[in-house]
Design a protein around this ligand. Structure first.
Ligand SMILES: *Cc1c(COP(=O)(O)O)cnc(C)c1O
Length: 379
């Protein structure tokens, strides 16, 4: 019968036993409850401050009266819209419950105990999580140092040096979160040239639209014919502002797509989410407005941080990461008390670093003023 001292942890697979859960940004309501605050701004999860396209909202709402019906498990309409956008066939598209889901599908299909996955130091947290959950071995390659042109960014030469056929999956984020650093076309292509065709090469482009105007920033989705082992992932959570609905996708070789779809839950993408994503793809104006606001406000935020003596790492995403020093935890706590949620990224091997999402002009002003106040307190 019930035995209080029974240790269920030891029943889990070794990979899951060693797993530390993903730490999300603090929800606004939680901070309101905990600190009794009225006004809270959240710049912690790289969400689009303009919210979703009105057309996406309408499309999602229109699906609610049909909520008793299962969604289209094959995502016909959305896949067709995505395929058309990329000029590929729908057999190259795999839908995910967010692109995190797609990353987990890659791990489920290609990783197991005894296999290896490779990614850089300071890379997006989901790569180590899905690798560990699959019980696979993680090869963590050294990142560039703090003085490099892309501080703490992926060092693809170091990765190429260490990669061989024994690596089942390599994950590359372009740009990377939380560093914001990016890879140029030439360096990414020369890396992919050195990845064995038997290694699945994931290029995570969650922030593609924000980065696209940077000169030399590549669109890896155009290279599917050059690299049959390439899997490009995209998200509707960032510039499309649909993080709450959970949609992302992978583009890949049709056979890789077939494998990902074998392990995918049949209804992993809800009907409102599919409808909203398709409508958002069609609303180019909303995306353009979101990107130009980000371009402008990322500069404002970067200048503000530099003026406060905490210069940010270069970033092509909708976020900036800065070194807040050894009082970072205290600064973060002070920001929370003043109703500003940002994201400390110590867990990424960046002690003292804080990531802030580019918000609206008013949100960015509020954040900079609150940070100035906190920095005064610790200096
Ligand atoms: C936010 C993010 C994702 C995707 O998130 P989903 O909400 O699951 O689509 C993927 N990769 C990186 C690097 C991210 O920052």
């Amino acid at each position: 019968m019930a035995n209080e001292s029974f240790d269920f942890i030891q029943l889990a697979t070794p990979g899951v036993q060693g797993l530390a859960p993903y730490e999300p940004g603090k929800p606004i309501d939680e901070l309101r409850r905990e600190y009794g605050l009225e006004r809270v701004i959240k710049l912690a999860s790289n969400e689009n401050p303009l919210g979703p396209s009105p057309r996406a909202q309408e499309a999602a709402a229109a699906m609610l009266s049909e909520a008793h019906r299962y969604p289209d498990g094959n995502g016909f309409e959305l896949k067709a819209a995505i395929a058309e956008r990329h000029g590929v066939g729908p057999e190259r598209v795999t839908l995910g419950n967010g692109s995190n889901d797609v990353l987990a599908l890659v791990a489920m299909a290609f990783l197991e105990p005894g296999r290896k996955a490779m990614f850089s130091e300071h890379a997006f947290a989901v790569y180590p999580i899905v690798t560990q959950a699959a019980g696979a071995e993680a090869i963590v390659t050294p990142a560039f140092g703090p003085e490099a042109a892309q501080p703490h960014g992926h060092d693809l030469a170091a990765m190429a040096e260490l990669i061989d056929e024994s690596v089942a999956v390599v994950f590359v984020a372009n740009p990377n979160n939380p560093t914001g650093t990016w890879l140029e076309e030439l360096e990414l292509r020369s890396f992919l040239d050195r990845v064995p065709v038997s290694t699945i090469a994931v290029v995570d482009e969650a922030y593609f639209e924000y980065a696209a105007s940077e000169s030399g920033y590549p669109d890896a989705s155009k290279w599917l014919d050059d690299y049959p082992n390439l899997v490009v992932t995209r998200s509707f959570s960032k510039v499309h502002g649909l993080g709450g609905l959970r949609v992302g996708y992978a583009l890949s070789h049709p056979q890789v797509g077939d494998l990902l779809n074998r392990v995918r839950q049949p209804f992993n993408c809800s009907a409102p989410a599919q409808a909203a994503a398709a409508a958002s793809l069609a609303d180019k104006e909303h995306i353009e407005r979101s990107v130009s606001l980000n371009d402008e406000q990322r500069d404002v935020l970067a200048r503000g941080l530099a003026e406060l003596g905490v210069a940010a790492l270069p970033s092509v995403g909708n976020f900036l990461t800065f070194d807040a020093g050894d009082k970072a935890a205290q600064i973060n706590e002070g920001l929370l008390r003043s109703g500003v949620i940002v994201r400390p990224v110590d867990a990424y091997g960046l002690p003292g670093h804080i990531r802030v999402t580019v918000g609206t002009p008013a949100e960015n002003r509020t954040f900079l003023a609150a940070l100035a106040e906190q920095l005064k307190g610790v200096r």
